[in-house]
Design a protein around this ligand. Structure first.
Ligand code: ASP
Ligand code: MG
Length: 433
């Protein structure tokens, strides 16, 4: 069994959905007619729908005009459904029903800070529910018997909203049960990013932004799938973001551990949690382009080294570098570090780079304004804190001195860390050329 995952960009218009359906059809059509196993297809919300829904969560900051936003959301989905299936009243009806229940939900949820994350999951999950409702009907209309599966009953999680943790055994159980009900369907279509709790009255949960890759990996793990393919708007795993480099190189083979490291350093092509469930079962992950679906793409799997062997660059912008000093000029020792990490852990802030000297401890983190504000405030009760904002963290795997010099381009380096394979630098960003 294979799992395909399509992200928001691959289904952001009626034409994009047609293209996506073509990819699914050529995969399913290639099979022998007696082939029993369906293709499992995981889909994200259409285009930038998740960003829009985030603004509709009661209590979301920004004071956006909810009525106008809801209008925009409705028109966007109605238009795509109508364009794809002008005569299909059943799907328009389902769509209207879903939009009405989103409306009712937004009206009933109280804008409370305490329930914000829970409310967020209930509202934002509509993006995937809407996209899969339209796409399932469209695949059917093209003659592909499609089973719409509700990921809230498939990906079973705890109630840690916006970053829910998987209950692997309950999920395994639910996935097996789903397989028992596939009879004759050639495609099983489900939502990425969302899950549900195991309660009698289950709550919707989400797995963290960009979590649909992870959903695909979870399902593949539970299905003992033959492979996962993530369809993207890039030709595969590139050695650098084309935003910064004109001459990027596509990496055709990537070992699992290398992919985990790259995702950890901030390579945005796959969600960081995606690789482990696949590695654990030896399931290969392919990254291919929905723009050129016949091209080979990249494969993540059981390889010894990356191929071709080339330096890899990861740029993380909007970093803040905090330097923390004990007030009394005592050493930075284990007890201080324990306090600092305790605060970081409590606030759920991930450290991208750290370094210590006798009298200071420096950390580089993503500058999420509210959270980092809290962090600084908490630290300032105990320590002296200095910080620099608007920085860029550059990671270079398989560096040479010449490469480092070229990247630094004469800029002052605020912090540097080097291992045998990896160089990390904190600098002020260069303007994009
Ligand atoms: N729709 C969700 C998001 O935009 C999940 C995903 O795209 O992977 O974050
Ligand atoms: Mg996405």
């Amino acid at each position: 069994m294979k799992v395909f995952k399509f992200g928001g960009a691959s289904v952001n218009s009626a034409d994009a959905v047609r293209n996506m359906a073509q990819i699914v059809q050529s995969e399913v059509g290639e099979r022998r007619s007696d082939f029993q196993q369906p293709l499992v297809v995981v889909v994200s919300a259409m285009g930038k729908t998740t960003n829009l829904l985030e603004k509709l969560v009661p209590g979301a900051s920004g004071g956006a005009d909810a009525v106008a936003l809801r209008r925009q959301l409705e028109d966007y989905h109605r238009q795509i459904a109508r364009d794809l299936m002008p005569e299909n009243d059943a799907v328009q009806g389902r769509l209207e029903g879903m939009l009405a229940s989103l409306d009712a939900l937004c009206a009933t949820l109280a804008p409370s800070a305490e329930c914000y994350n829970r409310n967020y999951d209930q509202v934002v999950s509509y993006g995937e529910l809407l996209s899969t409702t339209i796409i399932a009907a469209y695949l059917e209309a093209r003659g592909l018997a499609t089973l719409w599966a509700d990921a809230r009953q498939l990906i079973i999680t705890d109630a840690h909203h916006r970053d829910a943790h998987i209950d692997w055994s309950a999920t395994q159980h639910a996935v097996r049960r789903l397989l028992g009900s596939v009879d004759g369907h050639r495609v099983v279509l489900t939502q990425g990013f969302i899950g549900g709790t195991a309660d009698a009255a289950p709550l919707t949960t989400t797995l963290g932004r960009e979590g649909s890759d992870y959903s695909a990996a979870i399902l593949a793990h539970c299905l003992d799938a033959e492979s996962v393919t993530i369809w993207k708007d890039v030709p595969g795993f590139l050695n650098a973001d084309p935003k910064y480099f004109h001459d990027t190189v596509k990496i055709s083979q990537i070992p699992y551990n290398e992919a985990i490291e790259l995702a950890y350093y901030g390579a945005s092509v796959i969600h960081p949690k995606t690789v482990k469930p696949l590695q654990n079962k030896g399931i290969p992950l392919y990254i291919r382009s929905f723009v050129t679906p016949d091209a080979a793409g990249s494969a993540i799997g059981d390889y010894a080294t990356i191929c071709p062997e080339t330096p890899l660059y990861i740029f993380r912008n909007d970093q803040i570098l905090l330097s923390i000093f004990p007030r009394d000029y005592s050493f930075i020792a284990e007890d201080n570090l324990q306090v600092i990490f305790g605060i970081l852990n409590e606030l759920g802030i991930r450290v991208n780079l750290m370094q210590n000297t006798a009298l200071s401890f420096s950390i580089c983190v993503d500058n999420q304004p509210q959270l980092v504000g809290h962090l600084i405030e908490r630290l300032q009760h105990l320590f002296r804190v200095r910080y620099n904002e608007g920085l860029q963290l550059v990671t270079i795997r398989y560096y040479t001195q010449e490469i480092i010099d070229r990247i630094v381009a004469g800029r002052p380096v605020l912090l540097e860390q080097r291992s045998r394979t990896t160089e990390q630098l904190i600098v002020h960003p260069l303007p994009l050329s």
